[in-house]
Every structure is written in C-alpha cells, then in structure tokens.
Design a protein around this ligand. Structure first.
Ligand code: ARG
Length: 400
C-alpha cells in the first residue's frame, strides 16, 4: 500500500517539483500523479512546463490561470489591510500560497484524488502556508511533502531525476532561489546569505538601478474605490492590468526594492531581497487615502489589526477564523476610502504629493491658520486642564 492513490502535485517546472513525480510513484507507491501549475503571472512559459510534467511521469498536467483571483481575492484584501510583515515585506510571495492551496484542493475534488503534494522543504514558510491552507479547506485530504523527507542534497536530487529522464537546466544554474509572480520577486540564497553583502544589480528584474532611471520626475494618480485600486490617471483598469502597468511605471523609476533580514515561522532568520513596486506603492497610497477619510481613532486602532493581519498572512493562517473576523473589521473601515492619490516618481522614490476624496473629513475651516478659522481657541484651555489633570496631580503628590 502506498501513501496515497492519486495525488495532485503543485508544480513549478523546476527540478525539485519534477523529481517529486517519480519519487512519489517509485518510493511512496503513489499510483497516479496529476500536476497543477498555477499561473500567477510568474512570466514563465507554461507550455514547456506542461510538457515537462508529462515527460516526468504525470498522468495529467494541468495549467490554470489564477491571476485575476490572485489580485482580487487576495492582494486587494492585503492592500486594504496595508499589510507589511515586520513593517517592510508586502507579502508578495506569501499571498500566493493560499490561492495555490485552494487550486490544489479543487483539483483534488475534481479528479478524485486522495492527497495533494508540494515540493517545499522543511525549512521554509511556504510548507507552513500550504499545509495549513489545505487542511483548512479540506481536512480529509492527505498532504505529501517528499522534499521535506527525502534528505537528498541538490546533486543527489539532480542525479535521481536523471534516472527518470528529468533534465536539469544545461546552463550553470543561478545561485539564487527566486520566487516570482504578478506582485513581485523574492530573491534569496547564494551570496545574499551574508547579510553584509550588497545585492548585485543582476538579481533585479522589475526595478531599474537609480543610475538608469529617467532624469525627469513622473506624476501618476491612483484612484481607489472603497479601498480597492481601480484607476491609474483617471482610467479604469481591470485588476491585472492595473498591477502590470503600475509595476512598469514605478519599476522604471527604480522604486520598490527591499533588502531585509526577516524572521521565518520556523524560527530561522533569513536574508531576503524583494522587488514589489506596484504593491508597495499601492499600500503607501492606500494608507495615505485612509488618512484623509478615516477618523484618527479608527486609523490608530486599525494599525494593530494590520500588524496581526500581516502576521496571519505570513504565518499561513489565511483561512483562519481570526483572519475572517479581522476581514469584517477592515471591510467596514473601507466603505469611505475612495478618492485619488497623486504620486511623484523620481530616482527610486515614490513620494505622495497630494490626495483628494469626496469622502474627505479634512476640514480646512478648522485646519486653517488664516482668517476663516472656525476653531474655538478658548475651548483648548479647559480641555488641556482636564486632559492633563491626572499628570498634574501625580506630580504634586509624588514630588518629594
Ligand atoms: N521569504 C519570503 C516569504 O516567506 C519569500 C519566500 C520565497 N523566496 C524565495 N526566494 N524562493 O514569503
């Protein structure tokens, strides 16, 4: 008896996931492996990937376009939450995992599989995200993670694959581990493992080096409708086009790079480089529009929610009850977050230089220092007397 009968395997076309196919069949007695490659805008040619899975022994090789759902059902919620893990990482890789898990679970139901599988190792965050998401969506499905158990080195993995006709890339493979999708690229390993080593320019693909950026600033306006980005420069765009165009224009000005040491779920610190120009800009612009349309107490309370929300995404709890409950709070806050944010792109910076909204609660008659001032200055005195009273009394009683 094998570990499972029919398995749907998350497939990227790389050596590790390709080796998973014969490994599942030969070592773990799986009768049938169906691969699923999710197109989330990784820009990879999916035709050859489909072929490669079949050559590696898959019985069916599925390629499914998840791009629209990726932006609408995952990314837009994260933007509404201004989600930044450890205040810096906009979760461009992490957000893809619950969607891939959902696609796996749906394919398993459709093809009558009793297990799903992925090629994650035991050191990363992605195994956590996949396993928990799959369990949340279908607790009865078995989850197989061969690379977590097989204990083969890189060379051994390649050698194992060759026995089954799996070719590794001919050119000396890059020392980096790169994950990419519509939202951005995550780059780690190789020379980057030394946190003091400056990332070489060659690792970047979506963002220009400052020296290669235009010498003139460019202004763009981003329109939001109830917290969701819908327009660039007044033009309505579908979610995929909006992200794609924004990546181009912001990346061209060198905006959107992050170099950080982050804390993984499994307790390891890792050095990761990100480029996520559109997503970073959208979070910045969205947060700015909230400053115009939300009251101070909601904005400040929401910061705590945002922090928790970011951790939930990072830590694999997208389909958790806490996440769903926080969604309720966030959705309520977004009802009036509509309007336009003006951004100046120049030499690696995206500076917000203006914002407007029909729902603005900014009151110029109260804010002004001019003659139109409506604020009752005398009222401040009594307010300060009461507001500061506990501090004043404390000082009186404790000064020795
Ligand atoms: N550290 C990021 C995360 O946990 C990215 C992980 C994938 N990175 C990679 N270079 N393969 O979301």
């Amino acid at each position: 008896m094998g570990r499972a009968n029919k398995v749907v395997l998350a497939y990227s076309g790389g050596v590790d996931t390709s080796v998973c196919i014969p490994y599942l069949k030969e070592e773990w007695g799986v009768k049938e492996v169906i691969t699923l490659a999710a197109d989330l805008g990784q820009g990879e040619e999916l035709g050859p990937i489909k072929e490669k899975a079949l050559k590696s022994g898959a019985s069916i090789s599925l390629v499914e376009d998840g791009r629209e759902s990726f932006i609408k059902d995952y990314t837009f919620l994260a933007i509404a939450a201004n989600a930044m893990y450890e205040n810096r990482y906009p979760l461009s890789t992490a957000l893809a995992r619950p969607l891939i898990a959902k696609m796996l679970v749906e394919a398993a139901a459709k093809y009558g599989a009793d297990a799903v599988a992925h090629g994650c190792t035991g050191k990363g965050n992605d195994q956590v995200r996949f396993d928990i998401s799959i369990a949340a969506l279908n607790p009865d499905l078995k989850i197989l993670a061969p690379a977590r158990e097989w204990g083969m080195s890189r060379e051994e993995t390649i050698a194992y694959g060759e026995r089954f006709g799996i070719q590794s890339p001919v050119k000396k493979s890059s020392p980096y581990s790169i994950d990419r999708n519509l939202l951005g690229r995550s780059i780690e390993a190789g020379p980057l493992e030394d946190p003091m080593t400056e990332p070489p320019e060659e690792i970047y693909a979506m963002t220009k080096a400052i020296a290669a950026t235009p010498d003139e600033p460019e202004y763009i306006e981003i329109g939001f409708d109830r917290g969701i980005p819908t327009q660039i420069n007044g033009q309505n765009l579908d979610p995929i086009s909006l992200i794609t165009q924004l990546n181009e224009v912001t990346g061209k000005h060198g905006f959107g790079r992050i170099d950080m040491v982050e804390n993984r779920v499994v307790g390891i610190k890792s050095r990761e480089i990100y480029e996520a120009p559109a997503l970073l800009l959208l979070i910045q612009a969205h947060r700015d529009l909230e400053s115009l349309t939300l009251t101070g107490d909601v904005t400040q309370y929401k910061r705590g929610i945002e922090e928790t929300y970011s951790q939930l995404i990072y830590q694999g709890l997208w389909y958790s009850p806490l996440k769903e409950a926080l969604d309720g709070f966030i959705a309520k806050t977004q009802e009036r977050v509509s309007g336009t944010v003006r951004v100046k792109l120049f030499k690696g910076n995206a500076t917000i230089v203006g914002r407007r909204s029909n729902n603005s609660i900014y009151d110029s008659d109260l804010a002004t220092y001019g003659a139109e001032d409506q604020f009752d200055h005398k009222a401040a005195e009594g307010f300060i007397y009461i507001w500061g009273l506990p501090t004043k009394v404390w000082s009186q009683k404790t000064r020795g």
